[in-house]
Design a binder for this molecule. Structure first.
Ligand SMILES: [Zn+2]
Length: 367
């Protein structure tokens, strides 16, 4: 009731059904029968139903089972779609519950309370002859023949509790909506990959105008393509990172060699490394440590972003601590940092104050 009062017993009422909504529910409900049957055929006879939601937007089906393999998922989906394409009749008939109980081919919840007369919904076989491949006790609303269901698609298969799986699926217009949304997501994923690597192979086309079954095929082709591109991009990134690490290391070795020469004989090595970020400074400090035995303090900047690094040999940490050094100098360049007494790093935003930070470090080392 959307508004007004509830009717009194015996009062005449007019009811109406939202046909589009009801048809969508009929499709999803009927295909739930097919899904249940197909799970028994392909996965396990013991895949007992634990619950189900049927709406105009989607269906969910909960059942007791181990996780489905990707192949099982595809096979179930394929079998359901084959049964839809067959355009089998969907019929129902009422029989005494005592009779339904005796028949093994009729799905029912044992332990559930049924009336004396039950309604059996069958798919396939001769109408009402109780010889369909799918037969269930059911009071729900169904399509008249399976082709009315339209294309069926499993969109998710997941655990919802220990030993209980949930399949989420769509059919008909809902499958079409899903395909369109999925195509948009795929495009976004592709764009994100293209931003990383511009020369990746173009995403196969998706057409909003095609039949739903065709759209679903396009979605699969695109998904496989994205999978492959994703792997390619990740491998390419890994290779790049390796190459860039090697470049940094060799540049750091050169700089460390120069610094070792210029700092030779001094008590400490405090200097700016031009155009250096934290990564390069760290590599320079690592290389320099093997050639220079005193405390090291390095500063660098790229695009106004300052990096600081301090390194103190173990045996000198009672006198100087790298972390304290950074805590004293980082605020000068408008930043902060920290670390351990042997090694510490800092960042800052004011490159014009690097000389002041270096002076402070020298003062600390000469104190
Ligand atoms: Zn039903």
């Amino acid at each position: 009731i959307k508004e007004g009062r509830a009717p009194e017993p015996g009062e005449a009422v007019r009811i109406s059904v939202d046909v589009d909504r009801r048809s969508a529910i009929q499709r999803h409900h009927t295909v739930t029968h097919l899904l249940h049957w197909a799970l028994h055929e392909i996965v396990s006879r013991d895949a007992a139903q634990k619950g189900s939601y049927v709406g105009p937007d989607k269906l969910t089906f909960d059942f007791i089972c181990a996780a489905l393999t990707p192949q099982q998922k595809r096979d179930v989906e394929k079998l359901v779609n084959e049964k839809i394409a067959e355009n089998a009749p969907v019929s129902w008939t009422e029989i005494p519950y005592a009779e339904a109980r005796k028949r093994k081919g009729i799905q029912q919840f044992f332990g559930e309370k049924y009336g004396d007369t039950v309604r059996v919904v069958q798919i396939g076989g001769e109408s009402k002859a109780l010889d369909g491949y799918s037969m269930e006790l059911c009071g729900g609303t169904h399509v008249r023949s399976t082709s009315e269901i339209g294309s069926f698609r499993i969109v998710k298969e997941e655990a919802i509790a220990a030993g209980i799986r949930r399949i989420e699926a769509v059919a008909g217009d809902a499958a079409r909506d899903w395909a369109q949304q999925e195509a948009t997501k795929q495009q976004e994923r592709f764009d994100a990959l293209a931003r990383k690597k511009s020369d990746i192979a173009t995403l196969p086309a998706f057409s909003n105008e095609d039949e739903t079954a065709e759209m679903l095929k396009q979605i699969d082709v695109r998904a496989a393509h994205l999978e492959k591109v994703d792997v390619d991009v990740r491998e390419w990134e890994k290779k790049n990172a390796k190459a860039s690490d090697a470049r940094i290391k060799s540049r750091a070795a050169e700089i460390a060699k120069e610094l070792a020469a210029s700092c030779a004989g001094k008590d400490f090595c405090v200097t700016e490394v031009p155009n250096a970020d934290g990564k390069l400074l760290g590599a320079v400090a690592d290389a320099l440590k093997t050639k220079f035995k005193g405390p090291i303090f390095l500063a660098g900047a790229i695009d106004g972003r300052v990096a600081l690094i301090a390194s103190v040999p173990n045996e000198m940490t009672s006198k100087f601590q790298a972390n304290k050094l950074i805590q004293e100098t980082a605020p000068i360049v408008g930043g902060k940092g920290g670390g351990r007494p042997e090694n510490a790093q800092g960042v800052g935003t004011d490159a014009s104050k690097i000389d002041q930070a270096l002076d402070r470090a020298k003062k600390i080392f000469t104190a």
